[in-house]
Design a binder for this molecule. Structure first.
Ligand code: DP6
Length: 328
């Protein structure tokens, strides 16, 4: 019995300039380009085994059978990989997720980056990093950025087949060390997925046109700030871009509101810290938790002060991390 097997590890990433909206839902092609930092915490390690004798696909998440919803996403993705390789084999996929999914941190980015890399390697597809990025994108858009470490740009591309829509690295994780504090706030779990939230925004929000008119300029400004290591310039554009993304959703029908009162508490606290002279900024994805950016020299004081807020449950300190690695 021949088993074709590979294991890959990928870290999650946090968007500085957000991907919000698709122009093609099957191929996961975005309406706008985006930019992120791959983190050194919160990874997924995935092993994929293909074998002729398997009669169905199985997906185990942290050693337990995953829900039908999660499993179907993985099986549909395996179909894409099988198509690419021209094979018809079933697989057992086993993922160990170190992203606190229940805490509302995005796990689809690290999840599909690790799955794309492991599945392609198991089938000897010999894809380069760009091709893995294109493949990972078709599991979850933001996953195409987690293929690379450090500071990463995803160019939206214009082709219909998506061959020009992939990520590339701007700076490596060693090139510029900043601190990213992931702040977990109290409150309910989100009810609208980012997939649904962005779809509804594109289809119904009158503010979406304003997003599209300005997001590429935000990205250029952020890129310039990264290349010249200008932290404050980066922080201002990142914070404004996150608020603008949330503003587009508030205009959707029905409106999409991810924030809890703890989210506002952190926003106000960051603004207050800035008034005291600390360069510190925030960004928020499709959820209530807040990611705070500061310089490593201010990391301890920002961490301690965030923990004094009654609605803050936990703070995880992260730094830029690596892209995909393969494990034996
Ligand atoms: C707000 O990549 O999770 O985090 O492509 O539908 O899987 P799908 O969506 P996903 O959306 C991420 C949205 C975001 C912004 C970002 O990461 O750029």
């Amino acid at each position: 019995m021949i088993i074709m097997k590979a294991t890959a590890k990928a870290n999650t990433n946090i968007a500085l300039i957000k991907y919000w909206g698709k122009r093609d839902e099957t191929l996961f092609l975005p309406m706008n380009s985006s930019l992120s930092i791959t983190l050194d915490h919160f990874n997924t390690i995935t092993t994929v085994e293909f074998c002729k004798s398997f009669d169905k696909d199985i997906f185990l998440l942290n050693n337990l059978p995953a829900s039908d919803k999660e499993s179907n996403k993985v099986f549909r993705f395996l179909d894409k990989v099988r198509n690419l390789a021209g094979v018809n084999l079933h697989a057992v996929v086993s993922s160990e997720n170190k992203v606190p999914t229940a805490a509302g941190f995005a796990s689809s980015a690290s999840g599909f980056a690790a799955l794309a890399a492991a599945a392609a390697k198991a089938l000897d597809l010999e894809l380069n990093t760009k091709e893995i990025s294109i493949l990972a994108r078709q599991g979850s858009g933001s996953a195409c950025r987690s293929v690379y470490g450090g500071y990463v740009e995803w160019k939206k591309g214009i082709q219909e087949d998506g061959k020009d829509s992939f990520a590339s690295q701007l700076l490596s994780e060693q090139d510029w060390k900043i601190s990213i504090l992931s702040v977990l706030v109290a409150g309910e779990q989100k009810k609208v997925s980012s997939r649904e939230g962005m779809k509804r925004t594109v289809e119904t929000s009158p503010f979406y046109a304003g997003w599209l008119q300005t997001v590429e300029k935000d990205l250029e400004d952020a890129k310039e700030a990264i290349m010249s290591r200008e932290f404050e310039k980066l922080g201002h554009v990142v914070e404004a871009n996150a608020l603008k993304m949330h503003a587009t959703m508030l205009g959707a029908k029905p409106p999409v509101l991810y924030w809890q009162s703890g989210t506002m508490d952190v926003i106000h606290h960051i603004q207050y810290l800035r008034l005291t002279g600390i360069p510190v900024f925030f960004t928020i994805d499709a959820g209530s938790n807040v990611k705070v950016l500061c310089l490593p020299k201010d990391e301890a004081i920002v961490y301690e002060s965030l923990l004094t807020l009654p609605t803050v449950q936990k703070v995880f300190i992260c730094h830029p991390g690596s892209g995909i690695t393969y494990l034996e």
